[in-house]
Write a protein that binds this ligand. Structure first.
Ligand SMILES: C[S@@+](CC[C@H](N)C(=O)[O-])C[C@H]1O[C@@H](n2cnc3c(N)ncnc32)[C@H](O)[C@@H]1O
Length: 276
């Protein structure tokens, strides 16, 4: 019976996809005399891939995010170096941070809590982080105190995320959470939280795919699935977190973080824009 429902959903989804493809095509035909292909906009430039080696933008792999170079491209093309920019769908904040670096006032709205947290914490880092904080971070990863404690802070889970981490990785995350709560330096603590956000997907059995989570076969959650899925190397917690913190320190030393001018609303764009 359930199988019947699942099959119907798949058929509905396929029909919907076909409908969307048809509508896309007719829209393209309708405006064909107005559309032109811009050869500058390569795949790397328009997607998050372009952020892979750019300091600060490379920390969190938000696949839906724009590349910083794409925003540079548009701001340069329109000679925009002052004024205010509004990004009502701010994502992890690429448009806001790039605009802000160039001296524009950046205003953003974002619905997803993880992105709101990332923007807020990165903004704190970019404006308040000091050489002393960089040393504090370096000491923290050299001591690896999460490996020496038995104390743990519970990692909140949703039903869809149960079993997302190998057992020892979940253990280490919970020890790490316990240790960072005791960190007295607020900037160091906030940075460690950012670093944790940034490694969670890489150390898990999952990969975010649009609105869905894809599960690696090693998770044991894919019994009966036809297509195999192996996401490749899953690093252990310490390797991943140390690597990420080093990356943040390196980016700080390289750029000394620019001073930002921005305001990011943690909300839904329609709510904010309609009430403004
Ligand atoms: C393509 S991403 C944005 C990329 C971003 N502009 C950048 O500079 O990288 C679109 C974002 O819109 C957010 N979003 C979707 N609907 C929204 C809404 N109604 N209000 C606020 N944010 C929304 C999504 O969570 C997602 O992060």
């Amino acid at each position: 019976m359930n199988f019947g429902i699942a099959e119907k959903q798949i058929t509905d989804q396929t029909a919907l996809k076909e409908k969307i493809t048809q509508l896309d095509k007719s829209l393209e035909q309708k405006f064909s005399d107005k559309l032109e292909v811009c050869k500058d906009l390569s795949r790397v430039l328009v997607s998050f891939q372009g952020n892979k080696s750019r300091p600060s933008y490379r920390w969190y792999k938000y696949k839906e995010g724009f590349s910083a170079s794409l925003i540079d491209y548009f701001l340069n093309a329109n000679n925009l170096n002052s004024g205010t920019i509004l990004d009502p769908f701010a994502g992890s904040g690429t448009t806001l941070f790039v605009s802000s670096e160039r001296g524009l006032q950046a205003e953003g709205i974002e619905i997803l809590p993880i992105c709101q947290q990332l923007i807020k914490k990165r903004e704190i880092l970019e404006t308040k982080f000091t050489e002393k904080d960089a040393s504090g971070l370096q000491n923290f990863i050299s001591e690896k105190s999460w490996e020496k404690t038995d104390e743990k802070t519970n990692l909140n889970e949703l039903r869809i995320t149960c079993g997302a981490y190998p057992a020892n990785t979940k253990d280490e995350i919970e020890k790490f959470l316990a240790v960072i709560q005791k960190e007295k330096n607020k900037n160091v603590r906030e940075t460690l939280e950012v670093a944790l956000f940034c490694v969670l997907e890489s150390i898990s059995f999952t990969r975010k795919d649009g609105q869905y989570l894809r599960w690696d076969d090693r998770s044991g959650r894919r019994v009966g699935m036809k297509k195999p899925f192996n996401k490749g190397n899953i690093p252990n917690f310490s390797t991943a977190i140390i690597g990420k913190v080093k990356e943040i320190i390196e980016d700080y030393k390289q750029t000394l973080f620019s001073k930002m001018k921005m305001n990011a609303e943690k909300s839904i764009c329609m709510k904010v824009l309609v009430s403004a």
